[in-house]
Design a protein around this ligand. Structure first.
Ligand SMILES: [Zn+2]
Length: 236
């Protein structure tokens, strides 16, 4: 089947990458894969960042949005039913993620299982659901606010997963797990295995889904809050 698709040849594929200024041959034209419109470099970029061309947001770019979202969530946590529901749903997602595994046992595991292990690690590290909700809101607000971002769901999902990864692995919590022979092993949160493209997307979606209503109801509120109380960006 794949063979036949490759043999269809350049009729269905472009010769050069669709990203402006790239000029490299598409993977299909180079006979190094099936991507008909993009080169290897840009295909790999998309796998890592969720976009062919937009790179991952830096901590500094996310920071003003995260502090606005954090204050906003704290302000409304007690009274807003959407935030209360999301808190319970995120906690349930973490609780149901199953056991954590040591990194060496992840080899050959499906992306879905790896994504769940990533969630289990957040639970063991005691990352609070409010923190995850704030990050989801912050990334959503940033992608919405960024005129250069292309606001696709995929980009947002990957950026959410990366931000949660990054912001929660700073805790470097050590915990003990039992291996298959019942021996206790110490492991640390910052030993997150490098996540592949599919894992980033699956885990991102698992974090995003319980927060969907909160984003729908409160995204505008977070942006307004940032406008009002956030520090003005220095003029360039
Ligand atoms: Zn390219």
């Amino acid at each position: 089947m794949i063979r036949r698709r490759i043999d269809l040849g350049p009729l269905t594929a472009a010769a050069t990458c669709a990203i402006p200024g790239c000029g490299r041959p598409t993977m299909k034209a180079a006979r190094k894969g099936l991507a008909p419109h993009h080169c290897r470099k840009h295909v790999e970029h998309r796998a890592r960042h969720g976009s062919y061309w937009h790179s991952t947001y830096t901590a500094a770019e996310l920071k003003p949005y995260l502090s606005a979202a954090t204050s906003y969530v704290r302000l409304w946590a007690e009274t807003d039913r959407f935030i209360a529901a999301a808190r319970a749903a995120v906690q349930a997602t973490l609780d149901e993620a199953g056991p954590v595994e040591i990194a060496t046992r992840l080899k050959g595991m499906s992306a879905g299982k790896r994504a769940k292990i990533g969630l289990a690690r957040l639970r063991v590290a005691e990352v609070k659901p409010e923190r995850i909700i704030s990050i989801v809101l912050a990334v959503s607000a940033l992608t919405d606010d960024d005129p250069k971002s292309h606001r696709t769901k995929e980009f947002r999902t990957v950026q959410i997963c990366k931000a949660v990864h990054r912001l929660s692995s700073g805790t470097h919590k050590v915990w003990e797990i039992e291996d298959w022979q019942g021996r206790k092993r110490r492991t640390e949160l910052h030993a997150f295995p490098r996540s592949s493209g599919p894992v980033l997307r699956l885990m991102g979606r698992m974090l995003e889904e319980p927060c969907e209503l909160v984003v729908e109801k409160h995204l505008a509120g977070v942006l307004a809050y940032k406008q009002r109380y956030g520090r003005r960006p220095r003029s360039r």
